[in-house]
Design a protein. Sequence first.
Length: 451
Amino acid sequence: MNTDVFAAHESSVRRYGRSFPTVFTKALGATIWDEAGNTYLDFLVGSGALNYGHNNPNILAPAIEYLAGGNILLSLDMYTAAKRDFIEVFVDSILKRRGLSYKIQFPGPTGTSANEAALALARKYTGRSSVMAFTNAFHGMSLGSLAVSGSASTRELGGVARHDVIRVPYDGYPNRAFDSASYINYVLGDPGSGIEKPAAIILETIQAEGGMNTASAAWLTEIQRICRKHGVVLIVDDIQAGAGRTGDFFSFEFAKIEPDIVCLSKSLSGLGNPLSIVLIRPDIDIWNPGEHSGTFRGNNLAFVTAGAMCKMWSDRQFTAGVERTAIKLQGYLDRLVEKFPKVIEQKRGRGLMAGLKCRSQADVGRVHDVAFENGLLIESSGPNRDVIKVLPPITITDDELEHAIAILDNALQEQANGDCPSISSASDLAFGDQGTNRLNQHRGDHRNYER
């Protein structure tokens, strides 16, 4: 398998090619093929951009039809039929069903585009310059987003100083004994705190890149109350945790809050097409025409696929399946934590956005390598890269999920014991007493079909 061209011509900034040294060619659902015909179950899913799996037929078919019809692809922010259709289905299938009312801004193609727009609007609306952000946060790679990210190595990118950011502890940081919401409320109300009232508080309900740290419903509710009390705009960065990843469409639904601004991207288009939106409480939408723009804010193919994705959330059978899969995944991970205490410290995350906090970066690295060798793509997160991110497609089948967990179980077993049992010996966790035969049969059927 020839990878020389990448080493010869691609920038050394490349990352995932080093982690998964093969050349991928095709993908469908939860499975990716490489040039040699090997198959891999995907728990990376484009770093959260492919929640609905690869080439989901319910989303792909309208895209093919749209492309074949000679329809407009790029429209800036002009009116198009595709844009109108997306807005209508998003409002009807997503917002109204949740009792939400937002204006929709199309800021540009990426998640960091959405976060930059949200921060700029909050500053314009309040007339204040500072923003309150959290430990271990990650909000994107443009300068404003980097400034409100938590990792020192991330914030140093770009080589310029970043001001007007107040860093505060996230829920549970440094430990559960510390009530960070009460601290925030106190310093915002105390003229002697030395902390000025910010334009906005920006947060992730689950800090994916920060180590899968999860905010509680009570904490999120209190943060919203504090924002209302002090006239601060609450921005929820739902770039990775939204669009269905936690089992609900929005990651904050479980807490029954209504953020002032919500940023969506990644899996919003359903197929990996670049698309982001900013949901704005109507009275905060004080933009002047053309005051914020972006050349690629009119990706009509993404409007088509995003609309098809949204329609899926009107199907009770689909939503029930997502809920069922989330419960299965959490159960499997609970058993892994119990089975491998030498390797795993705790389970993190929520729903289908989960993580396994391991005892060392070396543990995660070895589990990653063994899993890849046996056909499973996973990645790490956290400031010390010691958390295994578990992000299956939310449409993964029961058999695929069980097979992937068996591979992960095997990799953890090897790390725990320092030896290498056969892949089938780890399958009892997922498959029960019939584990060995069922796993081997599944692997054979899977590979024959894919080739």
